[in-house]
Design a protein around this ligand. Structure first.
Ligand SMILES: C[S@@+](CC[C@H](N)C(=O)[O-])C[C@H]1O[C@@H](n2cnc3c(N)ncnc32)[C@H](O)[C@@H]1O
Length: 253
């Protein structure tokens, strides 16, 4: 895979200015509250697609985990599960350790960048479920995500899964606009209902700090699913979809 030093150093610079920055992370966490109606459904679907019995002592890896929101969701759902959370940002990992102190040694935060296969050195052993939300769309450059799927496949135990809640690229520009309109219309309605008509989506967006964090390199859904099959996963599908928001994944026989 072609991957230049300059690609990597640009990524590192942008990480430092965004996910590496405590203030940026706090702003992002505030902003995303109005996205909750969609994010919560997405997270619920990731949790429900993990195939093991709810009491099983499964080991989970959350990649691009941020402060571990998804992994902690799994641990609250599954009393005997443990999780490793991998992220490139030291500030995110510290926040994760602080926020999840109550989970004690059931959750562990490790630093590693998914930009290269070196991240594999940060995790030990294999996992029943590798999961992720809202992180992997950053990695299409040089088809990096295609290779991440292969790296993940080797970490998944037989009978396990990889499930990703993310966003994908619409097939056409006009479909992008249709999706944006449908999504905003839905969120607007949810915000008006929750606030008893006191506020709306436009106001919620205007009140939120800007959280631009570099280009979204999301891919087309069919290509993502193809890459998962190519990596060896079976029963690959998009399990949930709302506009361009998706939950997709596959299982290891
Ligand atoms: C939108 S946040 C999502 C966090 C979390 N998965 C969630 O759903 O709350 C994207 C995350 O990707 C992480 N990230 C960005 N570049 C990364 C890289 N090269 N390797 C690993 N994580 C990275 C950021 O630090 C950030 O925590």
């Amino acid at each position: 895979m072609a991957d230049t030093n300059s690609d990597r150093s640009t990524a590192a610079t942008s990480l430092q200015a965004t996910w590496g920055d405590k203030k940026f992370i706090e702003d992002w966490a505030t902003k995303t509250s109005w996205q909750a109606p969609i994010r919560d459904a997405q997270v619920a679907m990731v949790l429900r697609m993990i195939p093991h019995p709810i009491e099983a002592p499964i080991r989970v890896l959350d990649i691009g985990a941020g402060y571990g929101a998804l992994a902690s969701g799994v641990l609250h759902d599954r009393p005997n599960a443990t999780a490793v959370c991998l992220d490139a940002s030291a500030a995110m990992l510290q926040l994760g350790a602080d926020k999840n102190a109550g989970l004690k040694d059931r959750i562990r935060f490790v630093q590693g960048s998914l930009e290269t296969p070196d991240w594999l050195k940060s995790v030990d052993g294999t996992f029943d479920a590798v999961i992720s939300t809202r992180a992997l769309h950053h990695f299409t450059e040089n088809q990096r995500r295609r290779y991440i799927f292969k790296e993940v496949y080797d970490l998944v135990r037989a009978g396990g899964c990889f499930i990703n809640g993310d966003n994908v690229r619409a097939a056409t520009k006009s479909l992008t606009e249709r999706y944006r309109s449908a999504r905003d219309g839905y969120l607007d309605r949810m915000i008006r209902q929750a606030s008893g008509g006191k506020t709306n989506l436009a106001e919620a967006k205007a009140a939120s700090p800007s959280t631009y964090h570099g280009p979204h390199n999301n891919g087309h859904l069919e290509e993502e699913l193809g890459w998962l099959r190519e990596a060896g996963f079976q029963d690959v599908d998009c399990f949930w979809k709302f506009t361009n928001m998706v939950v997709y994944g596959g299982f290891k026989p």
